[in-house]
Write a protein of this length. Structure first.
Length: 94
């Protein structure tokens, strides 16, 4: 197995996170009340973070040094020997 000195795990902000951070009182009420309209977003959010945790757990088990960043916060990957993108059907590195 190859030894990596630097692994970057880039992941997305979920739609649920973006909505939850919004100042829109209507969105806040829907989220707080557990409205059915945000249920799918919450499930997708939870699935995303379970997937991210699985990747992190494997890297820790392998003893590989890694860092995690939201994909929008990735500015340079030149020093990273391995980049793992964790996300949904549109998570890419720009």
């Amino acid at each position: 197995m190859t030894d990596f000195d630097s692994v970057l795990v880039a992941h997305k902000r979920t739609t649920f996170e973006r909505y939850n951070a919004s100042d829109d009182p209507t969105l806040a009420e829907l989220i707080t009340s557990g409205d059915i309209s945000v249920g799918a977003l919450r499930r997708s959010h939870d699935t995303h973070y379970r997937s991210l945790q699985i990747v992190i757990d494997h890297l820790e088990t392998l003893g590989l040094p890694f860092r995690t960043l939201y994909r929008g916060d990735v500015d340079e990957v030149g020093a990273d020997q391995l980049v793992i993108a964790v996300g949904g059907d549109g998570t890419v590195l720009d």
